[in-house]
Every structure is written in C-alpha cells, then in structure tokens.
Design a protein around this ligand. Sequence first.
Ligand code: BG6
Length: 494
Amino acid sequence: MNNNLPTSIIIFGASGDLTQRKLIPSLFNLCRKGRMPERFQIVGYGGTAYTDDQFRQHLLDGAKKFASFEFTTEEWDDFASRLTYLTRHYDQVDDYKELDQIVGQWEGRRGNRLFYMATPPAAYPSIIQLLGHTGHLLENGSPAEAGSSAWRRVVIEKPFGTDWSSAHSLNEQIHKTLNENQIYRIDHYLGKETVQNILAMRFANTIFEPLWNRNYIDHVEITVAEQVGVEHRAGYYDNVGVVRDMFQNHLLQLATLVAMEPPASFDATALRNEKVKVLSAIPPLKDEAVVRNTVRAQYKDYRSEDGVKPDSMTPTYAALRLQIDNWRWQGVPFYLRSGKRLAQKISQVTIQFKEPPHLLFPGADRKITPNMLVLFLQPDEGIHWRFEAKVPDTAADMRSVDMEFKYEDSFGKTAIPESYERLLLDALTGDASLFTRADEVETAWRLIDPILETWESKNQPLAFYDPGSWGPAEADELLSREGRSWSKWDANPK
Ligand code: BG6
C-alpha cells in the first residue's frame, strides 16, 4: 500500500448485480489474502433500502454463489464487520455531506477514499460532480509529511460513453473535479491474467519478438465468442449492441496489447502511450470501406427475447477487418469477431504466420500448414504453438502438431483469480496501467463511430445466424475472399 492511512471504499450502486457478483467476492478474497490496507471499510451507497445486516446477508448469499474460492465463517465475519450500507439518493447534496461526515468520523484525521461507480452510467457525471462539490475528492496532506497525503480515486465502470461525443463530454465533465491520475476507467479484460500474459509473453521472452511483425505474420485473429444470449440485460443490450458492448473496449484493448511496441517502462504512462499509438495508427473505416470490411449480424431468436424490440436491428455479432498503418503491421490484417449465442465460449488470439517461402519436401501429401500461435484467454487458459512435423514411416509427409502450455498444469487449478481482484488492488495501490486513459477511450470511439454511423444510415444489411453456430456465412466470406479462414481450433489435429 502507498500509505498507512485508513481507507474507505465507497460503492455507488451497491445493491446491484456487479457489487454482489464481482466487487465483493474480489474484495473479500483480497482481504483473505492479506492484501487489503491495514484499516479499511466498505460503504455501500444506494437507493434500495437495506440495513447493514440485510446488506451483509445479501452479499454473503452472493459470495456463496459467485466466489470461485472456498471460505470459512470466521473469514466472512472478519470481512463483513467492515461492511456498512447507506440508503441515500444520488442527487441530493445533503446526502453527500452526510457521507463525508460519516466517513470522516471513521477515518479520524485523514483517510484515503476509493469511490466505485457501479450505478447506471447516466448517473456518473452528477455523482462525481456532487462528490467534488462536497469536498470528497480533495487529496490532502502536507508536503512535509511525504507519502502520507490522503488520496481520492474514482473507478468508473464501462460503458464509458456510447460514442465519441458522449465519451468526450463525460471526460470533460469529470475533469472539472478530478485530475486524470485520480480516474480509473475499468475494462475487466485487462484484469484477466491471460490478457496480461500477452505482454509477458511478448516482452519477457526473446523468441517471439523478432517474428512479431509483417515479415513473418500473415494475419491476426481475435475472437471473443459467447454461448449466452442477452439474458436479463436486453434493456441495456438492445440499445448498444455488440460493437459498443465488446469491440470499443475489450477487443480493441486486446488488439493494442498484441500490436503495441515495447514500452519504455512498465509504468502506466509509458504503457498507455504505446496503446494509444496503436489505436491512432488504425485508419477509421468509412462509408464503402465499412461495407467491405465489416459484417453485422443477429442471432435468429433475438427479436423474441424479453425486452428486445420486435424489429430490432441491434447486432449481436460483428466481424471487422482492421489495418494498422505502421512499419510493424503494414499489410497484416487484424480480423476481430465477437458475438452472443455462438457455438462455444472462447476468447482467443491467433497469430497466423506466413507460409514457408519454398516447399522443399517433394513427397508431402498436402500443402504445408503455416505455423500458428494461439493464445487461449479463456476457458482452458494456455498457449499453443502449431507447427509441422514429419509423419514417421513416410517419405516426407507432414502433419501439424501442437506444443501446449496450460496454466492449470503449470500453476495449479486455482491460480487464476477473478479479474476484478487485480483491478481493485491496482486502484487501491494507485497503479493505473491496466485502466484506460481519457485519450485512449476517445481514440477507440473514433474508430467505432463511423462503423455504427454507416451501418445505421446506409442500411447495411443485417445478417442472421443460427444460435449455436459460429456466426453468419458473411463473416466467413470476409476472410475467404482473401484466401483465409477463421482458425478452427482442434486440440488434436489429424
Ligand atoms: C461485458 C459485456 O463487458 O463482458 C457482456 O457487457 C459480456 O455482454 C462480458 O458478456 C463478457 O465477459 P467475459 O469475462 O465473460 O468474457
């Protein structure tokens, strides 16, 4: 921890799903592991009426259901003794003053405060404005007591805006009361161990980086497929669709980690500078280029889901072909796809290498398959290398074989914590490397806006796909017309 002051975590929207499913189990596990500040409290703030005990019970029910770890009653009781709840309004200045008094009394002279925005996004600006207005966001402490000034930070859940203009105005509004270094915009994909491992793999090894460019790589594929449909979130989802929900944040973030140059250091500024450089090097698709390089689709039963408009044009699947115009990646397409109700839940990055320049083996019974490196982000976390080997007892037949690394084999079954654990800990320790900066979010929206505009205004056809399939035929054509195909992973190639 960066100082020893008492720390309050104040969650706005504390009666909601996110708090029960993710935030509390993660904070609880950090507490069990002894990683929380020595003195901390968690204050739930929300409109739903709960007593402290009812709130604790609601969270205990959640922990039993959603925590990925076993725990004892003593561990829970110890943690739960730090939980309180305030039934208050989001728009009443007096409620914020009272919050300040209550928290201030607990802190004594000075204290750190982490505010977590887990409300519907429309409420963020006014909550942050009122926090600023009532003095919650002022960091204090005298310079003479170096390292002991109390910090004030705000974690903001996605979605951060619905297009460039709303994201930009949200940034402008929150910058009135917060410095950029107090803001932690969350993208839970960056909290995933396997996603962070993209950087470890690239920059903690010497063997990959020399190959990691247009000289050896034919194309890159990023797939985030889900089996679930919209479930109970139709009200939100039908207004945003897959591109705002998944591409603007998670898939573009994955692309930046795969494509970025080695940063000068691992600190937040250096790392995020490199990510912004990648996003800035992607030429936004416009008009005709959108029609040629994107596919939007909807799963067949979507319109009959509860809460979905019967004539909804909201895409639940999209595939994009992007280019990165820089020295490393010129001419290497990045294909991104994501959708709901697909065949399998899988998130993976495939690095498809080029074909060998010359076919040496005359007796080979088929064309040589180019090498492939697949990063399995979830489930079955691991990395596979696919390469050609000579089939024994043939003259020179080749077959693809795999070399695989599995997290579970190397680090054990429970090695991978919930992504919110890492992100909450980083926010508490003041490390913003895994959070998105204002310019990064806005640059990502600049890529997404023209695609959505063209889809909506030019009426680009919406394709349909069968639930349980791998998406529409149009997405296969996006690659096949260039002589490529989406990678079909088979752990035991024949
Ligand atoms: C969220 C989206 O950000 O990510 C959801 O809003 C999606 O629609 C989820 O289901 C996927 O996350 P994960 O970690 O299950 O891949």
